[in-house]
Design a protein around this ligand. Structure first.
Ligand SMILES: [Zn+2]
Ligand SMILES: [Zn+2]
Ligand SMILES: [Zn+2]
Ligand SMILES: [Zn+2]
Ligand SMILES: [Zn+2]
Ligand SMILES: [Zn+2]
Ligand SMILES: [Zn+2]
Length: 1755
C-alpha cells in the first residue's frame, strides 16, 4: 500500500516545489482583498501538503509548508527576502530582560528560599547558575512541564531578580518604551495584516466543530473522498484498554497499537484509520462499542481529511507565529494587539478569548501549542500581560467551570495559567481591586459545592462518583485563592480594603458552610454499620488551612481591616450559634460557694462536630488584636461588649471533650472514621487552624470569665461535675465497688481535664497570647521534638508546621538549640538537643502525641539520671501573658481548682480502690508546680508598692473547709513524699516542697504581704527525719539493685547482638579485622616457599575438621569420607569485561574453551562460607522445594529466590545460593608423591607431550572409524611407536567417595547451567571447561579487588572468601576425575596446541586473543588426564612448572606485542636492571624480525622491561593465588603484608627467575620456533598494521561511571534525554546505567522489548547486554539506585547523593540541593566488584516482602 502511494506523493511534490514564495507574496501585496487571496491560497494548497495518507510525514510536510505556505507570508511581512528582513528586525530588537524559558517535563527548576516571593517563582538551570541565589538556601525540583523561568521578573524576587545573562538586557530607563517605534510604518501595517489573517485562520479552524465540512472560505472545488478515524485522549481509559481495543478495531499489531496509544496520550489525538467514510465509521463503532462499558466510551470522530489537514496547518501557524515574534519585541506587541482586539461580536470575541473559551473542547496537542504561544507573547509583554490578566479574570468563572467538567489534568488546561498571573503581586492586587477577584474565586468555588444539608452546611456523605470527581477538581480553586493572597500588600488603598473585606465576607460564607459539618453522635449498644465519609471535609479543611492563615496575615497588616473583619466574623459566629441558649431550661452549677448557669448539654448524648472554622478564625483574629494593641488603643471600636464568653468557649470545649471521651474509650462503637478525624485534628498538617485555635478560643473565653465559673462549666461538659461536687465521692465509690470500666473511664476523663487546664494556663507561645515572638514559638517546638530523640533534618521538618511557602522557620533557630552530628557511611545526619535547653522541657507540651509524651518523659528522666540529678521534671518557667490574657493565671489559684487538687491528693493519700491514677496525680503535681513557678515569677518581678494578687502558697497551706476538714494540700504532699507506692513521683514532690520554701523566703524578704504560718507542718519534718532516712536508704538499695539487673540484662542483650552480627554479617569487607588465619599452620620458616613444580615446598598432611551447620556434627575432610559442601552462588559476570557489547549468542553451540582477554563473559562463584553435609543440604533443599511448591499453589506468591532454578537461601545466614561446592584436600597430593629424579627440561618435555598428544589423536581417529578398518589399527600403532612409558589404555581409579563424586558433578553441572544458560547436562564436554573458567575468573576478580584497594595479596582475607577460593580451586582441580578421560585430554590437546602448534588444530585463536591466566588454569587442571597415563617418570609437578613457564613466556610476548610504544626521550639509567633491559631488547628484536618491519620504533630497554613488569603483575598474582590454593603451600610472609609490589617474592614463590627473560634464554631453540609461529599469525599482522584492536596489559579495572558533584546536572542531562523509540518524546522515567552510563527510557511501553519470549522494560533488557543479567541503575527523577538481577529480582538502594543535612532524598520530595557522597558511591562500586548485587537484592527482599511483588522486569 505504501509503495503505491509513494509515486503520487512524489508527483505532487514537484508541482508544489515550483511555487515561488516571492511571487505569491508579490501577488498579495497587490491584492485588494488580502484575506480572500490568502484563504484561496490556503484552500488550494493545504490539503495538497497535509494528510496525504494514513501516516503523517512530518519532515516532508514541514518542508513543503515552509516553501509554499509560510514562505510567502514571511516575504510579505518583510517586503524582502525574509533572511534579510528578519535579521534587520533582530538588530533593532530590544532583547527581553525576562528569560521566559518554558520548562520541559523533567527539567530541573530552582527556587530561592531566601529571595523568592513565593515558591512558584522558579529559575531555569542556566539562569540559576548565573544568579546570586546559587549561594543562598535553594530548593530544586523537577518541572512537570509547562510554566516558565521567572528570571528578570522584579516582582518575583526580593533580591537578585536578574541572572548575569539577563542583567545585560535591563536598561537605565525603567519606564516602558513602545517597542513599535523601531519598526517602519510599512512593516507595522503588513505585520498587522498578515498576523490578523493567520491568527484568525488558526483560531477558526482549530475551534471548527463540523466533521466533514470546511468553513466556506476554505471549501475546495475538487474534494477528495478520504476520511480519518480520529481517536481522542481521555483520562478515564488506561493504556491497556486502548491498546486492546485498537487491536480489535483496526486490526493492527500490538506494536502499532502501542504506537497509536502513545501518540494519543502525548498529542491528545491520532488517526487510527484512513480511507473511505464507511471504512472509518466501522472502526469507530467498534471502538465505541468496546469501551462503553466504562463510565463513558472513548471519543472517536470520523473527520474529512481536508479538515484534519487545515487543523494541522493551523497548529503550524501558531508555532510559526511564536517563532516570528522571537525576532522582535515590536512584532510581539503587534501579535498581542491582534490577539486581544475585540471582534465584531463584542464581549469575549477577541481571538484570545475564543481560544480560552474553547480550551476544554480542544485536544491536548492543540492546547499546548496555543498555551506556548500565549506564554511567549502575552506573558512576555508587560502591557499586554495586564490586559490579558483582566480577560482571564473576567472569564474566570467560565474557564474554571469548563475545567471542572473537563477530564484532562490541570497542566493541560488554560485554567492553569492562574499560577502565571495571580502570583504576580501587582496583577493580583489589581485584579482584587478592579475585578473583585477574591470574591469571584470564592463564589465560583461555592457554586460547585451545591450539596448542602438543611442547615446549609456542606454535605459530602452520599457523594456520587461524579460529584467526588468534581470535588477533587474544584480544589484547585483554593490553590488560586492561595496564589492571590500569597504576597501581602505593603500599602492599602480604600479600594483594596473594600474589596478585600468583600472577599472576606464571601470567605466567611464559605466557612459558615463548614461550621458544624459532619456532626457525629455517640453510638451506644451496637457498632456503627458503615463508616461515615469524613475525608472530604478534612480535605477541604486541609486545603484551606494556609488560606485561613494568610487571610489572618492580611488582616494583621491594617488596623481598620482587622477591626472590620473581627466584627464580621463575630457576627457570623453569632448567627451560627443562633438558638444556642434557646429551648431547654438552663441548669445551675455550684461548688465552693460559687454558682453559674449553663445550658444542658452532653457531648456523649448529643451531636458534636469537629469542624468549627468560624470560631477558630475569630480566635485567630482575637490574638491579632491582642498582639497589635488595637484593643487597648481603641476599645470603643471593638464589639467586646457583644462577646459572650460562655458562647465563645462552648463549641471548642465540646470538641476537646470529644477528644477526651474518645481517648477514654467511650466512642469505640463509632469506628475508625472518628479515630482518624481526631488524629488529623491534632496532626501537624491541620492543628494550626484546628486544635491550636480551639485552645486559643478557650483561653480567650476564660480570660473574660470568673475562673471558678469556667471550671464548673468544664466539669459539667466533661461529665465530671457529680464527682467533684459530691463530698466523699471517693469513699462512696470504693464502698459501692461499681463497674470497673466506668471508674477507669472517669479516671481518664479526669486526667484529660487536668491536661486541658495545664494547656490553658501553660500554652503562651503564640505571639499575642504570651509575650513572645515567632522565633520563640518555633524554638519551643524544636526543643520538644528533640526531647523525644535526636532527629534527622527531614524528620524534624515533618514534625513542624509549614507555612504557605513551605517554610518552617527552622533553619534560623536550629543552631541555637541543637548540635548537628554528621552521618557515617550509612544513616543520616542528626540534630541533638543542646543540654542547656533541657530546662525548657515541658512534659505536657500540647503538641505531643501520647506516645511521644511517654518517650520524651523516659528520655528526659534517663538524661537526668545520667547527669546524676534528681528525676523530677518540673514545669518550665513561662513567659508572661499578654494583657488580654493575663487573668488566665488565676485559674490556678481559684477555689474550684484548689478543690480539684485537694480531692485528687486526698484520693492518693487514701490510696484505696481504683479511683485515682498515677497520671492524675502527676498532672496535679504539675499544676501545683506551675502555680509555684507563677508565684515565684510574680515575686521576682514585682514593682514597688504593687500588691501581689497571686497567693497560691498561702492557699495551699490552709486546711480544707468544713464539712470535709481535710488536711491542707501542703500537708498531704508531705505525707505523700514518703509513700512507697509513689517512688517515681518522689523527686517531683520534693521539688515542690523545696520551691515552696524558696517562695516563702522570697515573700519574707520582700514582705509584701503576710504569709500564713506554715511552720507547723514544716517542723513536723524533723521528728520524722529518722524514720524517713531509713526508708530512703532502703529505697536506695532497692534502686541500685534494680539498676544492676537492668544493666546486666542490657549487657546480655548486647552480647547476643554482637555474636549474631559476627555470624550474619561476615561480609566481604576486606579491611575488616576478621582474623581469618590462612592455613599456613605448618611453620616452614627458614626456607623459601615454592608453590609448584618439582621443588614445591612439602607441606605435611593436615587434618581438617569442620562442623555441619545443619546437624552440628563434626566431620573430617578427606577423600574417602562423606562429602562436606559450602553453600555457593554461581553467576554470570561482566564486572571485568572490557567489551560490553559481547554476549553469548548461541549458547547451544558456543565454545568456551578459550577465554578472550576482554573477559567479556565470565562466571563468578561466591560463597557465604557456611559448611554442611552434602546429605544434610540435600534434605534441606528438598524440603525447601516441597514447601515452595505448596506455597505457590496456595498463594501464588513470589519469593526472593527461584527454587525451580535451584536457588535457596543458606540455612544459616539466608544468603542467596544456587549450588554447593564440595570441600576437598589439595587434589594433587591424592595422586602422586613428588618425584625429584631426573626430570626433562622444557624442550624435552614439550617434545614428549607432543608425541603423547599425537599418539592420542591417532587413537581417537581410529576409535571413530568403522571397525572394518581395524586391521589397519595395529599398523598405525607401530608407525607412531608409542612414547616410552605412555599407556593410553590405562584408566586410573577415582580416589573419591561416591558422595564426593556426586557433589563434584553437582557443582560442575550448576556452573555449566548458569554459565551458558542451558539445560543441565552432566555429559556435555563443556562442563569441565566451565568449572576451570569459573575458577580462573573468580581468582581474577578477587585479585582486582585486592589490587584496587591496595591490599596485600595474601593478607588476612575474610573466612568466607578464603574458604570459597580454596574449595573452588581444589574442586576445579579434582573435577576431571568425574569426566570421561578422553574429553579432558581433548581439551588439553587443544589448549596446548594454541601455544605449541600441532597438525590437528587449525582454527585456534592467535595469542592476542587468549586470556593467558584462563589458559594456564585450563592447562594445569587438564594436565593430570594425560599425565596419569604416563609412566615414564615425569612428575605432575614438572608438567605444572613447564606449563606455567610456557604460558608466562607467551604472556610476555603478548605484552610486548601490545604494549603501547610511546617514545620516551630520557632513558632512565638503572644499573640493576641492565641485564633485563638487554634481554628484553633482544627478545623484542626477535619479535620484530618475525613480524616483519611492522614494529618500527624501538623503545628503550628500560621502558620495555617496565612495561613487561607492570603488564605481567596481575597474571603473576593470580597464578600465586591459584597455586597456593591448589597445592596448599603457605604463602611467603613477605606477600602477606601490603607495600611494594613484591615482584621478586612472587617470582620466587612461583619458581620463576627474577629476570623473566632468562626463561627465553634457557630454552632458546624451542622458543625461537614457538615465537615465530605465534608471530606469523595473520591476526597479529592485522593488529600491527592497525586493522584491528587488541587488549593491552595491565588491564585497567572497570569502574562505575563518573557522577557529577551536583545532582541537578544529572537531572538536566536526563531532561534533555528523549525516548529513543518514540521520536523525540521526553522519557518519563529516565534511568542511567551506572556501569556504562547509558540513559534508558524505563518503565514505559514505548521501550519494552521482547526477551526470551517475555516483554521486558528497557532496564531489564539492558542488564542482559551490559551486565549478564545484573544491573545497577540510577533512576534520575527519583534519585534512587536500582539493583536488578534477572527478570524477577530487584531492589532499591539508597543513592550516593546527600543533602547538607546528611540525608538522601529518594523521590526528590524535599528538594534540598544534593551532592555526591564519594564514600557511598564507592560502597556501591564495591558491591559490584564483589559480585554482591544479587546477594544484596536477596537480603533486601527477605527484609521487605513487598519488594518481591514488584514487576521488576517492566522497569
Ligand atoms: Zn531562565
Ligand atoms: Zn536569566
Ligand atoms: Zn536568593
Ligand atoms: Zn550435617
Ligand atoms: Zn551462609
Ligand atoms: Zn521510550
Ligand atoms: Zn550499561
Amino acid at each position: 500500500m505504501a509503495s503505491e502511494l509513494e509515486p503520487e506523493v512524489q508527483a505532487l511534490d514537484r508541482s508544489l516545489l515550483e511555487c515561488s514564495a516571492e511571487e505569491t507574496a508579490g501577488k498579495w501585496l497587490q491584492a485588494t482583498d488580502l484575506t480572500r487571496e490568502v484563504y484561496q491560497h490556503l484552500a488550494h494548497y493545504v490539503p495538497k501538503i497535509y494528510c496525504r495518507g494514513p501516516n503523517p510525514f512530518p519532515q516532508k510536510e514541514d518542508m513543503l509548508a515552509h516553501q509554499v505556505l509560510l514562505g510567502p507570508m514571511e516575504w510579505y511581512l518583510c517586503g524582502e527576502d525574509p533572511e534579510l528582513g528578519f535579521s534587520k528586525l533582530e538588530q533593532t530588537n530590544k532583547p527581553s530582560h525576562l528569560c521566559g524559558r518554558v520548562f520541559k517535563v523533567g527539567e530541573p527548576t530552582y527556587s530561592c528560599r531566601d529571595c523568592a516571593v513565593d515558591p512558584t517563582c522558579v529559575l531555569c538551570m542556566e539562569c540559576f547558575l548565573g544568579s546570586i541565589h546559587r549561594d543562598h538556601r535553594y530548593r530544586m525540583t523537577t518541572s512537570g512541564g509547562g510554566g516558565f523561568c521567572d528570571c528578570g521578573d522584579t516582582e518575583a524576587w526580593k533580591e537578585g531578580p536578574h541572572c548575569q545573562k539577563h542583567e545585560l538586557n535591563t536598561y537605565e530607563t525603567e519606564e516602558e518604551e513602545d517597542p513599535l517605534v523601531h519598526l517602519s510604518e510599512d512593516v507595522i501595517a503588513r505585520t498587522y495584516n498578515i498576523f490578523a489573517i493567520m491568527f484568525q485562520y488558526a483560531v477558526e479552524i482549530l475551534t471548527w466543530e463540523k466533521e466533514s465540512e470546511l468553513p466556506p472560505d476554505l471549501e475546495m472545488i475538487e474534494k477528495s473522498d478520504t476520511y480519518y478515524c480520529m481517536l481522542f485522549n481521555d483520562e478515564v481509559h488506561t493504556y491497556e484498554q486502548v491498546i486492546y481495543t485498537l487491536q480489535k478495531a483496526v486490526n493492527c499489531t500490538q506494536k502499532e497499537a502501542i504506537g497509536f496509544a502513545t501518540t494519543v496520550d502525548r498529542d491528545g489525538r491520532r488517526s487510527v484509520r484512513y480511507g473511505e467514510f464507511q471504512y472509518c465509521e466501522q472502526a469507530k463503532s467498534i471502538i465505541v462499542r468496546n469501551t462503553s462499558r466504562q463510565t463513558k466510551p472513548l471519543k472517536v470522530q470520523v473527520m474529512h481529511s481536508s479538515i484534519v489537514a487545515h487543523q494541522n496547518f493551523g497548529l503550524k501557524v501558531l508555532s510559526w507565529l511564536g517563532s516570528i515574534i522571537g525576532y522582535s519585541d515590536g512584532l510581539r506587541r503587534i501579535l498581542c494587539q491582534v490577539g486581544l482586539q475585540e471582534g465584531p461580536d463584542g464581549e469575549n470575541s477577541s481571538l484570545v478569548d475564543r481560544l480560552m473559551l474553547s480550551d476544554s473542547k480542544l485536544w491536548k496537542g492543540a492546547r499546548s501549542v496555543y498555551h506556548q504561544l500565549f506564554m511567549s507573547s502575552l506573558l512576555m509583554d508587560l502591557k499586554y500581560k495586564k490586559l490579558f490578566a483582566v480577560r482571564f479574570a473576567k472569564n474566570y468563572e467560565r474557564l474554571q467551570s469548563d475545567y471542572v467538567t473537563d477530564d484532562h489534568d490541570r497542566e493541560f488546561s488554560i485554567a492553569d495559567f492562574s499560577v502565571q498571573i495571580f502570583t504576580v503581586p501587582s496583577l493580583a492586587r489589581m485584579l482584587i481591586t478592579e475585578e473583585n477577584l477574591m470574591t469571584i474565586i470564592i463564589k465560583t468555588f461555592m457554586d460547585h459545592l451545591r450539596h448542602r444539608d438543611v442547615q446549609g452546611r456542606f454535605q459530602f456523605e452520599r457523594y456520587t462518583a461524579l460529584q467526588a470527581f468534581k470535588f477533587r477538581r474544584v480544589q484547585s480553586l483554593i490553590l488560586d485563592l492561595k496564589y492571590v493572597l500569597i504576597s501581602k500588600p505593603t500599602e492599602w488603598s480604600d479600594g483594596l480594603r473594600q474589596k478585600f473585606l468583600e472577599g472576606f465576607d464571601a470567605f466567611l460564607e464559605l466557612l459558615k458552610c463548614m461550621q458544624g459539618m459532619d456532626p457525629i453522635t455517640r453510638q451506644v449498644g451496637q457498632h456503627i454499620e458503615m463508616e461515615p465519609e469524613w475525608e472530604a471535609a478534612f480535605t477541604l479543611q486541609m486545603k484551606l488551612t494556609h488560606v485561613i492563615s494568610m487571610i489572618q496575615d492580611w488582616c494583621a497588616l491594617d488596623e481598620k481591616v482587622l477591626i472590620e473583619a473581627y466584627k464580621k466574623c463575630l457576627a457570623v459566629l453569632t448567627q451560627c450559634h443562633g438558638g444556642f441558649t434557646d429551648g431547654e431550661q438552663p441548669v445551675t452549677l455550684s461548688i465552693c460557694g460559687h454558682s453559674v448557669e449553663t445550658i444542658r448539654y452532653c457531648v456523649s448524648k448529643e451531636k458534636v462536630s469537629i469542624h468549627l472554622p468560624v470560631s477558630r478564625l475569630l480566635a485567630g483574629l482575637h490574638v491579632l488584636l491582642s498582639k497589635s494593641e488595637v484593643a487597648y488603643k481603641f476599645p470603643e471600636l471593638l464589639p467586646l461588649s457583644e462577646l459572650s464568653p460562655p458562647m465563645l468557649i462552648e463549641h471548642p470545649l465540646r470538641c476537646l471533650v470529644l477528644c477526651a471521651q474518645v481517648h477514654a474509650g467511650m466512642w469505640r462503637r463509632n469506628g475508625f472514621s472518628l479515630v482518624n478525624q481526631i488524629y488529623y485534628y491534632h496532626n501537624v498538617k491541620c492543628r494550626r487552624e484546628m486544635f491550636d485555635k480551639d485552645i486559643v478560643m478557650l483561653q480567650t473565653g476564660v480570660s473574660m470569665m470568673d475562673p471558678n465559673h469556667f471550671l464548673m462549666i468544664m466539669l459539667s461538659r466533661f461529665e465530671l461535675y457529680q464527682i467533684f461536687s459530691t463530698p466523699d465521692y471517693g469513699k462512696k465509690i470504693s464502698s459501692e465497688t461499681p463497674h470497673k470500666d466506668l471508674v477507669q473511664q472517669n479516671n481518664t476523663l479526669i486526667e484529660e481535664m487536668l491536661y486541658l487546664i495545664i494547656m490553658l494556663v501553660g500554652e503562651r507561645f503564640s505571639p499575642g497570647v504570651g509575650q513572645v515572638n515567632a522565633t520563640d514559638e518555633i524554638k519551643r517546638e524544636i526543643i520538644h521534638q528533640l526531647s523525644i530523640k535526636p532527629m534527622a533534618h527531614s524528620e524534624l521538618v515533618k514534625s513542624l508546621p509549614e507555612d504557605e511557602n513551605k517554610e518552617t522557620g527552622m533553619e534560623s533557630v536550629i543552631e541555637a538549640v541543637a548540635h548537628f552530628k554528621k552521618p557515617g557511611l550509612t544513616g543520616r545526619g542528626m540534630y541533638e538537643l543542646k543540654p542547656e535547653c533541657a530546662k525548657e522541657f515541658n512534659l505536657y507540651f500540647y503538641h505531643f502525641s501520647r506516645a511521644e509524651q511517654s518517650k520524651a518523659e523516659e528520655a528526659q528522666r534517663k538524661l537526668k539520671r545520667q547527669n546524676k540529678e534528681d528525676t523530677a521534671l518540673p514545669p518550665p518557667v513561662l513567659p508572661p501573658f499578654c494583657p488580654l490574657f493575663a487573668s488566665l493565671v488565676n485559674i490556678l489559684q481559684s477555689d474550684v481548682m484548689l478543690l480539684i487538687m485537694r480531692t485528687v491528693l486526698q484520693w492518693t493519700v487514701e490510696h484505696s480502690g481504683h479511683i485515682w491514677s498515677e497520671s492524675m496525680l502527676q498532672r496535679v503535681l504539675h499544676l501545683i508546680g506551675m502555680a509555684l513557678q507563677e508565684e515565684k515569677q510574680h515575686l521576682e518581678n514585682v514593682m514597688e508598692e504593687h500588691v501581689i494578687t497571686f497567693t497560691f502558697t498561702q492557699k495551699i497551706s490552709k486546711p480544707g473547709e468544713a464539712p470535709n476538714n481535710s488536711p491542707s494540700i501542703l500537708a498531704m504532699l508531705e505525707t505523700l513524699q514518703n509513700a512507697p507506692y509513689l517512688e517515681v513521683h518522689k523527686d517531683m514532690i520534693k521539688w515542690i516542697l523545696k520551691t515552696f520554701n524558696a517562695i516563702k523566703k522570697l515573700r519574707e524578704s520582700s514582705s509584701t504581704s503576710p504569709v500564713a504560718e506554715t511552720e507547723g507542718t514544716i517542723m513536723e519534718e524533723s521528728s520524722r527525719d529518722k524514720d524517713k532516712a531509713e526508708r530512703k536508704r532502703k529505697a536506695e538499695i532497692a534502686r541500685l539493685r534494680r539498676e544492676k539487673i537492668m544493666a546486666q540484662m542490657s549487657e546480655m542483650q548486647r552480647h547476643f547482638i554482637d555474636e549474631n552480627k559476627e555470624l550474619f554479617q561476615q561480609t566481604l569487607e576486606l579491611d575488616s579485622s576478621v582474623s581469618a588465619v590462612l592455613d599456613n599452620g605448618p611453620v616452614v620458616s627458614d626456607m623459601t616457599l615454592t608453590a609448584l613444580g618439582p621443588a614445591q615446598t612439602r607441606v605435611p598432611e593436615q587434618r581438617q575438621c569442620v562442623t555441619c551447620i545443619l546437624c552440628q556434627e563434626e566431620q573430617e575432610v578427606n577423600a574417602e569420607s562423606k562429602a562436606m559442601v559450602l553453600a555457593a552462588f554461581v553467576q554470570r559476570s561482566t564486572v571485568l569485561s572490557k567489551d560490553r557489547s559481547k554476549f553469548i549468542q548461541d549458547p547451544e553451540n558456543y565454545d568456551p574453551l578459550f577465554m578472550h582477554p576482554d573477559l567479556s563473559c565470565g562466571i563468578h562463584t561466591g560463597s557465604c562460607g557456611h559448611i554442611m553435609h552434602a546429605h544434610c543440604w540435600q534434605r534441606y533443599f528438598d524440603s525447601v522445594q516441597a514447601k515452595e511448591q505448596r506455597r505457590q499453589q496456595r498463594l501464588r506468591l513470589h519469593t526472593s529466590y527461584d527454587v525451580e532454578n535451584g536457588e535457596f537461601l543458606c540455612p544459616l545466614c539466608e544468603c542467596l545460593s544456587n549450588t554447593v561446592i564440595p570441600l576437598l584436600l589439595p587434589p594433587r597430593n591424592v595422586f602422586h608423591g613428588l618425584n625429584f629424579s631426573d626430570q626433562p627440561n622444557l624442550t624435552q618435555w614439550i617434545r614428549t607431550i607432543s608425541q603423547q598428544i599425537k599418539a592420542l589423536q591417532v587413537l581417537r581417529k581410529e576409535e571413530s572409524t568403522p571397525i572394518t578398518a581395524s586391521s589397519k589399527n595395529l599398523e598405525n600403532m607401530d608407525e607412531l611407536h608409542l612414547p616410552e612409558g605412555f599407556r593410553p589404555d590405562f584408566h586410573p581409579k577415582n580416589p573419591y567417595s561416591e558422595s564426593i563424586k556426586e557433589m563434584l558433578a553437582t557443582f560442575g553441572t550448576a556452573t555449566y547451567k548458569v554459565g551458558l544458560k542451558v539445560h543441565p547436562n552432566e555429559e556435555d564436554p563443556r562442563v569441565p571447561i566451565m568449572c576451570w573458567s569459573s575458577c580462573a575468573y573468580t581468582i581474577q576478580s578477587i585479585e582486582r579487588i585486592l589490587s584496587d584497594e591496595d591490599k596485600p595479596l595474601f593478607g588476612p582475607l575474610p573466612c568466607r572468601l578464603d574458604d570459597c577460593l580454596r574449595s573452588l580451586t581444589r574442586f576445579a582441580g579434582a573435577h576431571w576425575t568425574v569426566v570421561s578421560l578422553s574429553v579432558v585430554q581433548g581439551h588439553f590437546c587443544k589448549l596446548f596446541a594454541s601455544l605449541v602448534p600441532g597438525d590437528n588444530h587449525r582454527d585456534l585463536p592467535c595469542i592476542l586473543d587468549i586470556d593467558m591466566f584462563h589458559l594456564l588454569v585450563g592447562l594445569v587442571l587438564a594436565f593430570p588426564s594425560l599425565q596419569c597415563q604416563d609412566f615414564s617418570g615425569i612428575s605432575l609437578g614438572t608438567g605444572d612448572l613447564h606449563i606455567f613457564h610456557l604460558v608466562t613466556m607467551a604472556h610476555i610476548v603478548q605484552i610486548l606485542l601490545t604494549s603501547c610504544t610511546e617514545k620516551s626521550g630520557m632513558d632512565q639509567e638503572n644499573a640493576a636492571g641492565k641485564e633485563e633491559e638487554l634481554a628484553v631488547l633482544a627478545l623484542c628484536k626477535m619479535i620484530q624480525q618475525y613480524t616483519g618491519s611492522a614494529l618500527k620504533e624501538m623503545p628503550s630497554g628500560w621502558h620495555l622491561w617496565r612495561n613487561v613488569k607492570a603488564g605481567i603483575m596481575p597474571f603473576l598474582r593470580c597464578s600465586a593465588l591459584f597455586f597456593h590454593y591448589l597445592n596448599g603451600v603457605p604463602s611467603p610472609p613477605e606477600i602477606q603484608a601490603s607495600g611494594t609490589s613484591h615482584f621478586e617474592h612472587l617470582c620466587n614463590y612461583l619458581s620463576l627467575p627474577n629476570n623473566l627473560l632468562c626463561l627465553f634464554q634457557e630454552n632458546k631453540e624451542i622458543m625461537k620456533l614457538l615465537i615465530e609461529s605465534w608471530c606469523h599469525n595473520i591476526e597479529v599482522k592485522r593488529y600491527l598494521e592497525g586493522e584491528r584492536d587488541a587488549i593491552s596489559y595491565p588491564r585497567e579495572s572497570n569502574k562505575l561511571i563518573d557522577l557529577p558533584e551536583d545532582y541537578s546536572s544529572l537531572i538536566n542531562q536526563a531532561s534533555n534525554f528523549s525516548c529513543p523509540k518514540s521520536g523525540g518524546d521526553k522519557s518519563r522515567a529516565p534511568t542511567m546505567c551506572l556501569v556504562c552510563g547509558t540513559l534508558l527510557c524505563s518503565q514505559s511501553y514505548c521501550c519494552q522489548t521482547e526477551l526470551e519470549g517475555e516483554d521486558v522494560g528497557a532496564c531489564t533488557a539492558h542488564t542482559y547486554s551490559c551486565g549478564s543479567g545484573v544491573g545497577i541503575f540510577l533512576r534520575v527523577r527519583e534519585c534512587q539506585v536500582l539493583f536488578l538481577a534477572g527478570k524477577t529480582k530487584g531492589c532499591f538502594y539508597s543513592p550516593p547523593y546527600l543533602d547538607d543535612y546528611g540525608e538522601t532524598d529518594q523521590g526528590l520530595r524535599r528538594g534540598n540541593p544534593l551532592h555526591l557522597c564519594r564514600e557511598r558511591f564507592k560502597k556501591i562500586q564495591k558491591l559490584w566488584h564483589q559480585h554482591s548485587i544479587t546477594e544484596e537484592i536477596g537480603h533486601a527482599q527477605e527484609a521487605n516482602q513487598t519488594l518481591v511483588g514488584i514487576d521488576w522486569q517492566h522497569l
